[in-house]
Design a protein around this ligand. Structure first.
Ligand code: ADP
Ligand code: MG
Length: 246
């Protein structure tokens, strides 16, 4: 019943694949530099607007129209700051960040409480293999990946969606998968979803950076992300990471 499988960055000819990877990594490196410069430049004035809108809010009664206008300004600033921090996360060269022994059990269990705000009537199933599955990685980054995938699953599946997280291991690989019974991804969009700023969400809802950042983090961990999706039935994102070796 599954009609589309995609391996991101996967192509038949090895040479073509290498070539594409080269272009891609150069593009990403350039974009990363650009992003971090712009992000830093914008962050300061935005911080100023945010601070002053918060100060002004204290000056007017909360019933005043001006108060709710200031509220909008504050919300817009916070959203801008959020986008910037996503960009900075991505562009930061974390290749020599401390990688440690990380238990996938913790990656998942510590992330779920952070999602309480966006989970509504959703059913969340978490299946974690009995034995401790460990990888060499960065806990915060891996949590960010799981957080992004679950957030997307929530958005895709409406208030009564069902989301299943599986953590398992097999020959040399640690696997985390996040599966939903949501709207699914049309075949022609599967190759686009990892691109920076690609989003199908309304203005103000999506940044289009979630999967882009996820893919960057997973690649940096020596792993990869596969997607399985069927329109109208749901989507599964599967992460493969090299298992920790003593
Ligand atoms: P954003 O969530 O800000 O739109 P992402 O990079 O996280 O950006 O996702 C890009 C796009 O991929 C989404 O706008 C959506 O179209 C699609 N997508 C991602 N995850 C799912 C999912 N679980 N189900 C359906 N579509 C998805
Ligand atoms: Mg997202």
């Amino acid at each position: 019943s599954i009609n589309s499988v995609i391996q991101y960055n996967n192509d038949k000819s090895a040479e073509f694949k290498l070539y594409k990877q080269l272009i891609q990594s150069e593009k990403l490196a350039a974009l990363g530099m650009l992003a971090s410069n712009i992000a830093h430049e914008i962050n300061n004035p935005l911080g100023g607007v945010l601070a002053y809108s918060q100060i002004l809010k204290k000056e007017v009664p909360s019933t005043d129209q001006i108060y709710s206008d200031l509220d909008e300004i504050e919300k817009a600033c916070l959203r801008g700051k959020n986008i910037i921090s996503n960009l900075l996360d991505f562009s930061r060269d974390s290749s020599n960040d401390g990688k440690q022994l990380v238990s996938l059990d913790r990656v998942v269990k510590d992330t779920i409480p952070l999602l309480n705000i966006c989970l509504k009537g959703h059913k969340l199933n978490v299946n974690i293999e009995e034995k401790d599955i460990k990888v060499n990685g960065n806990l915060g980054e891996l949590q960010q990946v799981v957080f992004n995938l679950i957030t997307n699953a929530v958005h895709a599946s409406g208030d009564r969606g069902e989301i299943t997280i599986n953590v398992s291991s097999n020959d040399g690989n640690a696997n985390i998968s996040v599966k939903d019974n949501g709207v699914g991804i049309p075949h022609e969009l599967l190759s686009k979803i990892f691109e920076p700023f690609f989003t199908t969400k309304d203005k103000g809802k999506g940044t289009g950076l979630g999967l882009f950042v996820c893919n960057g983090i997973i690649q940096e961990h020596g792993g990869r992300i596969n997607v399985l999706s069927k329109v109208g039935e749901g989507t599964e994102f599967m992460i493969e990471l090299p298992l920790w070796r003593e």
